[in-house]
Write a protein of this length. Structure first.
Ligand code: LLP
Length: 427
């Protein structure tokens, strides 16, 4: 986070507050989110894309009522992919027309609630869903604005589980074999639907713009084919999210203005060549907005030195608050933040307190050799897909999210209690 600083005496402050004070006030483990950094990133995306384009924050990265209010105030739209995310968005006052509903298997109830609320966009992911949304909208006497999600067939260079545009995966309708063209044909004939555009999301944690460029080109080719076949120019395209952030110093993220420029140029060029009017572009960054704005603070409980191997440093959280290392081999860094140390750096592995050896938060890290129980460790860049993918494994209590702003911390999602857990257990 931009506002995490270490002064000359080694005191680490966040938004002007000493991390030790934060730990005392809010406990550990906890996620601390820099509200001003979040808002600044929202503004950077909005300004980069300008008034001719829309930025949809991908709520799956992390969503709460406070986040919805910040997004609403900063002029962003919101992508939701479940009834729960939709309820959070509507409940916190995001205007329905600024919400897009996603998902490869939305339930009838989710679709009904979205259409009733008047969401601005539903992204259709299958032939069944084209018929289903049309039917529901018609029954409600509405015409729902929709996009069709296509699979453009590019290999995004990222982990297999978070790549989504190659053919052998569950999302979207393939451009290959005329499937997407057939989906457009059907959507255009159904009264309950107003087809406004084509959607493509190629994957996550991507640094190379080449995949986005291929995707944009292929989406415009489909718009051209639609114009040629139906005499209709679809007015929108959405190029999805997936822009990478720096988890380690090896990662080299693109800035929003570079992304906006690259996408704008390629779409304009392709459209000019095809004689198409340039559609309104939207994007759906999740991680790139929230990821860098938060860090997780842990307390060390035990330290085990394995001769000739490494030192295992166990903290009071683990795979229940950050599953990404176990699931995707994700890389994180870690810092001792409660004091300075002149001790030699030692090869360490930061692990959690769960009952399995894959419960790793940071696979390889150099921590001072005198790291000891009671020390505080910070793991940066945990704003995206950590709290939102947190679990109650081993009946862990999910940590709070604390927004730090104006020299004070404020809980926006409180720590779970044993009572919360036991409330669900009605046997
Ligand atoms: N739009 C669509 C349709 C998506 O499926 C996603 C992410 C996004 C936008 C936002 O992608 P972002 O800009 O945040 O990369 N849990 C994984 C990431 C899965 C992302 C799923 N969809 C992780 O922890 O890396």
């Amino acid at each position: 986070s931009r506002t995490v600083r270490r002064d000359a005496d080694g005191v680490v402050t966040v938004g002007g507050i000493d991390v030790k004070t934060l730990a005392e006030e809010f406990g550990t483990p906890a996620y601390f989110l820099d509200e001003e950094d979040f808002r600044a990133r929202c503004r950077a995306w909005r300004e980069a894309f300008g008034t001719g384009a829309d930025v949809y924050y991908a709520g799956k990265a992390f969503l709460s009522r406070a986040v919805v209010r910040w997004l609403t105030e900063e002029g962003l739209n919101l992508d939701v992919c479940s009834g729960g995310e939709l309820a959070t968005a509507l409940g916190a006052g995001m205007p329905a027309e600024r919400i897009a509903l996603h998902g490869n298997n939305k339930s009838t109830e989710e679709i009904t609630r979205a259409v009733e609320a008047g969401v601005g966009r539903i992204v259709l992911d299958s032939f069944q869903e084209i018929a289903r949304v049309a039917h529901i909208a018609q029954r409600l006497g509405k015409r729902q604005r929709v996009q069709i999600r296509v699979t453009v067939g590019v290999e995004a260079h990222t982990h297999e589980f978070i790549a989504t545009a190659h053919e052998d995966q569950k999302f979207g309708i393939a451009l290959a074999g005329g499937q997407a063209a057939e989906a457009v044909r059907r959507a255009l004939t159904l009264d309950g639907l107003e087809l406004t555009g084509i959607h493509s999301h190629i994957g996550s944690q991507i640094f190379d713009m080449a995949g986005f460029e291929v995707s944009a080109r292929r989406v415009v080719q489909l718009l051209t084919a639609v114009r040629d076949e139906h005499g209709v120019e679809l007015p929108e395209i959405d190029l999805g999210g997936g822009l990478g952030i720096a988890y380690t110093s090896d990662d080299d993220p693109r800035e929003p203005h570079e992304i906006a420029k690259a996408l704008g140029e390629i779409v304009t060029k392709e459209c000019e060549a095809a004689g198409l009017s340039v559609p309104r572009i939207s994007v759906e960054p999740g991680r790139a907005i929230i990821g860098p704005t938060a860090f997780t603070l842990y307390e060390v409980g035990t330290v085990k030195e394995l001769e000739g191997l490494r030192t295992y440093v166990s903290v009071d959280g683990g795979m229940s608050d950050n599953i990404r290392t176990a699931l995707y081999d994700a890389e994180y860094t870690v810092a001792l933040v409660s004091r300075t140390s002149d001790a030699e750096p030692m090869l360490s592995r930061v692990v959690g307190k769960h009952c399995e050896s894959g419960d790793i938060i940071v696979r390889d890290a150099f921590l001072p050799a005198d790291v000891a129980p009671g020390d505080l460790l910070a793991v940066p860049a945990t704003g995206a897909y950590c709290r939102s993918m947190a679990s109650n494994y081993n009946h862990a209590l999910r940590p709070p999210v604390v927004a730090v702003e104006g020299g004070a911390g404020r809980v926006i999602v409180r720590r779970e209690t044993e009572e919360d857990l036991l409330r669900l257990d009605v046997g």
